[in-house]
Design a protein around this ligand. Structure first.
Ligand SMILES: Cc1cc2nc3c(=O)[nH]c(=O)nc-3n(C[C@H](O)[C@H](O)[C@H](O)COP(=O)(O)O)c2cc1C
Length: 393
């Protein structure tokens, strides 16, 4: 009889002192990756992986804006606590980072340079900012020096558009300024979320900055995609965003895949995919909504915040348009549960639910400040208005 073969150990990602094994990271997503959603993902992953907060603007943090202080809340069991910051002014970023370090608000800080939203890039913020190399350097310098022992990582896109690619220069600057790791979303700002992510850029960045870990991001829809990205690009870890929308159990699949456990989950098309029946999905939905209510301190507001998740959870299931609409306007847990209970909860996981989900729009012209592209090395600053009303990456 053949002996069971020992499984190779899952790869480990080092983010400063934090060892992430397997090397899977929940992408920061504004309005989504708050403490309740991170809790759900962590439960499915068995506590393994790294779960980044939704983006916090540095100015709101230093001003101790009430909503922002709630957004930086971590569950007592979250270790390491990972905060994503977005800022355009080196001094304000420095202040925010020092506040986090001195008041022990987090264990890891990620800086967001990937937001493609026009109202942000129009002011030179988000994914427009790395084009100004000196400004990027100044922000990273302030962040790393203010963070003390806390590791600082950055997340970015390939560049503004195909003619203005910034990620290799930005990667080198990050290494020089002491950034701990870099995550690259393999799209330009112009692409928004359209087309396919260019994983070859992730491989190039890895070759370009061998000194620090590189995390690959973009279009991981299943655990096998994650394993394939690691293999094809040589990256040190994966960052998973839209694939988890309405599917927090993807984290269980990711962990199983990296640990080489093909038998651990109900078999999906790729051997790893958890493909729950609607009854199980409905239970997760109600729990997600309840966690949001507990976090906000008001059941109804929690259920209202949950409405944006309904379509993602139900993607591909036979639900009917009237019921979809009804479920997307519920205001109490009882109403949500009652609506779900009217469905055929024995439905199996639909084939159509496995691929892309969430935002997929693309090919937008990037709106920039006048003359922005004239000189990548001038010392122009960016108005802090570029921090207002931002909605992610
Ligand atoms: C709703 C939403 C909100 C997002 N918010 C942020 C954010 O706050 N910070 C950030 O760096 N990226 C943000 N992103 C970008 C994701 O982190 C990720 O880079 C992108 O979705 C590509 O990865 P994916 O293909 O796995 O989704 C957001 C994306 C979505 C869909």
């Amino acid at each position: 009889m053949s002996q069971p073969q020992p499984q190779p150990a899952a790869p480990t990602l080092s983010i400063g002192p934090h060892l992430v094994q397997p090397p899977v990271v929940l992408a920061p997503m504004a309005g989504i990756t708050n403490a309740p959603f991170r809790t759900l993902c962590r439960e499915f992953s068995g506590g393994k992986g790294l779960f980044v907060s939704e983006m916090i603007t540095t100015r709101a943090l230093v001003e101790r804006n009430e909503k922002t202080m709630q957004l930086i809340h971590f569950d007592a069991s979250e270790k390491p606590r990972s905060i994503q910051l977005y800022g355009v002014d080196p001094a304000t970023v420095g202040k925010a980072v020092r506040m986090i370090a001195e008041e022990d608000l987090a264990d890891h800080i990620d800086l967001n340079f990937g937001c493609p939203v026009p109202k942000v890039t129009r002011k030179g913020g988000g994914s427009a900012l790395p084009y100004k190399r000196n400004l990027l350097r100044a922000i990273l310098k302030e962040a790393v020096s203010g963070a003390g022992d806390l590791p600082v990582t950055m997340k970015m896109r390939k560049g503004i558009d195909d003619d203005h690619i910034t990620y290799l220069d930005a990667g080198r600057i990050a290494v020089e300024e002491g950034v701990t790791a870099i995550a690259l979303h393999g799209r330009t700002a112009a692409q928004h979320y359209g087309g396919t992510a260019d994983w070859s850029a992730i491989a190039r960045l890895k070759e370009h900055v061998p000194e620090i870990p590189v995390l690959g991001n973009g279009d991981i829809w299943s655990a096998s995609d994650a394993v394939r990205m690691m293999r094809e690009t040589g990256c040190d870890g994966v960052v998973v965003g839209r694939g988890c929308l309405g599917r927090p159990w993807l984290f269980g699949d990711l962990v199983a895949a990296f640990e080489g456990r093909t038998d651990a989950r109900a078999g999906g098309t790729d051997g790893w995919g958890a493909r729950p029946v609607l009854r199980t999905v409905a239970d997760v939905m109600v729990r997600h909504a309840a966690l949001l209510g507990e976090w906000i301190g008001d059941e109804s507001r929690g259920v209202i915040d949950f409405r944006k998740h309904v379509a993602w959870y139900l993607k591909g299931f036979s639900v009917g348009s009237e019921m979809r609409k009804r479920l997307a306007i519920t205001s109490s847990l009882a109403e949500l549960r009652a609506g779900l209970d009217e469905l055929d909860l024995d439905q199996g996981w639909p084939d159509g639910a496995d691929g892309p989900r969430g935002r997929t729009s693309g090919n937008n012209r990037v709106v920039l400040p006048d003359g922005w592209l004239r000189d990548p090395y001038d010392c122009a600053g960016v108005s802090e208005e570029a921090e207002l009303d931002t909605s992610g990456g």
